[in-house]
Design a protein around this ligand. Structure first.
Ligand code: PLP
Length: 381
């Protein structure tokens, strides 16, 4: 038998696939994987059809349709007051996961180190390792999941090439403050460390709080790749559309990889997103998701789950099950799916050392009836 190289240390199947498959097998309500179960805005679907009718069916330019990059640039001017050059700073990608991989590939060489803050989205480590670099995990501080700045500083070595940040955070819902970015700026000031900022949940921030983008930090913006996903804000995760914003010289390096990795992205979807993004008024996804979070939390009170604090952002809520039993979290999540018909994600899956704080993650980007049905089952625990 031929032995093929194992390019990274993650040998199993991603937890999101495992739990979604188990949910299907057990006919459980799926609050595990992060995707909505309600329809997208009808206009988006119509624009997609229109694109195919109007002949937008061939390769788009390598860097993305000009009207989509312009629409993204206008959107950032409107929402953040930021000037982003659509030609030299924006590249359209097939989703954020791809954009993260491409950014890492653009900058990492064998022997480099890249720091990740755990718990972390599970593609980061394999992406780093596939490039021959070493992932250096630094734990965030439970229960609030803030950064332990001393530990982060101690993890930096002359080999550190990158630090990846994710705000709003999957799985904990924590968000970075302006002060966090200032501290990071101080830490990297006299180094060549590059920042990857995964801001896919940027519009899902609650209770009047503000999402601080690394793009708003003048000093850090110059050394950052920022990764976005349309799926998270327009509820169409299956379209797998996203983009990367980075300074011109970083964008050039990003496109050097991108042009030979996928070259160009689904043209009709780019057309549809450009048209949708250019509408004078878009639905307020933050307010909509806050309503869902509040509804879910009000129902969760009637169950034995406890929460440390409501998610400040994202569409995830972590909860402790220590009042229910003391199973390891992986076992607990499987038991909950099989015996009680509700699928969740165990938080240990987001740690390289499988640290188990007896926490699970619920996705609340679901219809009210789905959330209610799930809680009716959890009430019986
Ligand atoms: C933190 C984080 N980054 C990136 C992604 C991936 O986004 P996309 O579906 O656009 O690849 C996700 C999706 O779950 C995520 O949670």
């Amino acid at each position: 038998m031929m032995i093929l190289p194992q390019k990274h240390s993650a040998t199993g199947t991603t937890i999101f696939t495992v739990m979604s498959a188990l949910a299907q097998q057990c006919n459980a309500i799926n609050l595990s994987q992060g995707f909505p179960d309600y329809p997208i805005d009808e206009r988006l679907g119509e624009y997609l059809y229109e694109a195919t009718r109007e002949g937008f069916n061939q390769y788009a330019p390598m860097v993305g349709l000009p009207q989509l990059r312009q629409a993204i640039s206008n959107d950032f001017a409107k929402r953040y007051g930021l000037e982003i050059n659509p030609d030299t700073e924006i590249t359209v990608t097939p989703g954020a996961t791809y954009a993260i991989y491409t950014a890492f590939t653009a900058i990492l060489q064998a022997g480099d180190e890249a720091i990740i803050l755990e718990p972390a989205y599970d593609s980061y480590i394999p992406n780093i390792e596939t490039n021959g670099a070493k992932a250096v995990p630094v734990p965030l501080m439970a229960p609030g999941f803030g950064v332990d700045w001393d530990r982060l500083k101690a993890a930096v070595t002359p080999k550190t090439k990158a630090i990846i940040v994710n705000t709003p955070h999957n799985p904990t819902g924590a968000i970075w403050s302006k002060e966090d970015w200032d501290k990071l700026a101080e830490l990297v000031r006299d180094t060549n460390i590059i920042i990857l900022s995964d801001e896919v949940y940027e519009q899902l921030v609650f209770d009047g709080k503000k999402h601080y983008s690394v793009l708003e930090h003048e000093e850090l913006r110059k050394r950052s790749f920022v990764l976005y996903s349309f799926g998270k804000v327009f509820h169409n995760t299956g379209w797998k559309m996203g983009y990367c914003i980075a300074p011109p010289e970083f964008t050039t390096a990003f496109r050097r990889i991108h042009q030979f990795l996928c070259f160009t992205v689904n043209t009709p979807a780019q057309y549809a997103l450009a048209k949708y993004l250019s509408l004078p008024q878009l639905p307020n996804v933050g307010a909509m998701m806050q309503e869902k979070r509040d509804y879910f939390l009000s129902l969760l009170k009637d169950t034995p789950f406890t929460i440390h604090e409501p998610a400040a952002g994202s569409y995830f809520q972590t909860a402790s099950y220590s009042a229910i039993n003391d199973m390891p979290d992986m076992e607990f999540a499987q038991w909950l799916t099989k015996e009680h018909g509700v699928a969740t994600i165990p938080i240990s899956a987001f740690y390289s050392n499988k640290k188990d704080d007896k926490l699970i993650r619920f996705c609340f980007a679901k219809k009210e009836e789905t959330l209610l049905q799930a809680i009716e089952r959890l009430r019986k625990l």
